[in-house]
Write a protein that binds this ligand. Structure first.
Ligand code: PLP
Length: 380
């Protein structure tokens, strides 16, 4: 069996930057809590993306939770949330005992449809916050979304967990709304094994998040607590990995784009295959190369349309990992009781969409292996 090809796996620097920072933490016995790596990682990360302030947290999910809390979202508040996303986005709304209302995507961005958002506000004019997602590193249509949020005086939170390195009209995503969230989970563009970052221009709110994330411990000689606290701060060891990874971010982004272009060259001509939408105002990070299948019949041995599951199974036989697009929240049993505004574009994307392996460790031969296995479905 050929070596397994992964969707996206951790890729530490060849130079060993991460180990140097970890060693520094060991040498000073600054293993926990917090410490120099955390402070520096926050600073270096904020500088890299052009954010004013950043708080390093245990996960991207924790960062979404803290963003909602910082936005003043409380029990019973409505949060308009992108429907097509990973459950972490919506779960954080439930952590605050708030009520998600799911908003459909459009085919132009795969992200929140501004028209559906407008409709959602007409139905829920008092919605407290909007949670937009930049899926697969594709930017949402931010000018229109920012404009709508301003008109309804709602706080705008960007879930940019998958979008480190993505620019919208020259601005890094996550720095356009009021709060931006990033993830360093194992399969993201860079990783700390697990981790997240919350960014904002609002220094006071970021300081407050650091306070909540440290058990809301007041400055007193004894342990004094006036507010509910969380244990959400990133460890000094993991922040060291993050500092090292940040040094190779540009290299990883270049490889991601190379992978996308390789697939596009090899697969774009296959009947029914459409690549993820890239707009002239969008400079994606190409975290995962995704495609959508129109109804394609030609050349298929079974004489019926090729579905994403056919490709997933064909690739799996060759020891290659791939997966469908996110299953939208309005189709998840857990969220079935919440309102959904839209026309099931998200459901159609889920049904017809596919993420191709986009691991930055892949060689040209690996990429060719994937393409050969896919083309065989069309030409057999
Ligand atoms: C990965 C991801 C998250 C959660 O990040 P974690 O660090 O795994 O908690 C949130 N939203 C989206 C869209 C993600 O892909």
């Amino acid at each position: 069996m050929d070596r397994r090809i992964y969707l996206a796996s951790p890729h530490m620097s060849d130079e060993g930057y991460e180990l140097e920072y970890i060693k520094e933490a060991f040498d000073t016995n600054w293993i926990a809590p917090l410490g120099a790596n955390v402070d520096s990682f926050e600073k270096e990360f904020a500088e890299k993306i052009g954010a004013k302030h950043a708080a390093a947290l245990v996960t991207g999910t924790a960062a979404i939770h803290m963003a909602l809390k910082a936005a003043g979202v409380e029990e019973g508040d409505i949060v308009l949330c992108q429907d097509l996303t990973f459950a972490a986005t919506a779960n954080a709304i439930i952590y605050q005992n708030a009520i998600p209302v799911f908003v459909d995507s459009d085919y132009e961005t795969w992200n929140m449809n501004p028209k559906a958002l407008e409709e959602a506000f007409e139905k829920y004019p008092n919605a407290k916050a909007v949670l937009v997602v930049h899926l697969y590193g594709l930017s949402a249509d931010m000018d229109r979304i920012v404009d709508i949020c301003k008109r309804y005086q709602a706080v705008l939170i960007e879930d940019a967990a998958e979008a480190l390195g993505t620019y919208y009209k020259g601005r890094h995503v996550g720095t356009i709304g009021d709060y931006g969230v990033f993830s360093f989970n194992g399969n993201k563009v860079i990783t700390t094994s697990g981790g997240g970052m919350l960014v904002s221009d609002n220094e006071e709110r970021i300081a407050k998040v650091r306070f909540w994330a440290s058990q809301s411990r007041e400055k007193a000689r004894y342990y004094e607590h006036r507010e509910l606290g969380y244990n959400y701060r990133m460890s000094n060891i993991l922040a060291g990995i993050g500092r090292g990874q940040l040094k190779v971010l540009d290299k990883r982004l270049a490889k991601k784009k190379y992978i996308f272009e390789f697939y596009k060259r090899e697969l774009d001509h296959l009947e029914g295959v459409k690549f993820m939408p890239i707009n002239e105002w969008n400079e994606p990070n190409y975290w995962l190369t995704c495609i959508r299948l129109n109804d394609c019949y030609s050349g298929h041995s079974k004489g019926s349309g090729i579905l994403p599951v056919d490709i997933i199974e064909a690739l799996e036989k060759e020891n290659i990992e791939s997966r469908p697009l996110w299953k939208p929240m309005h189709l998840q049993p857990f969220f079935a009781g919440y309102d959904y505004i839209g026309e099931n574009v998200s459901g159609n994307l889920f049904e017809k969409g596919l993420c191709l392996p986009s691991d930055t460790k892949m060689t040209d031969e690996d990429l060719s292996r994937v393409c050969r296995a896919i083309k065989r479905l069309w030409y057999s």
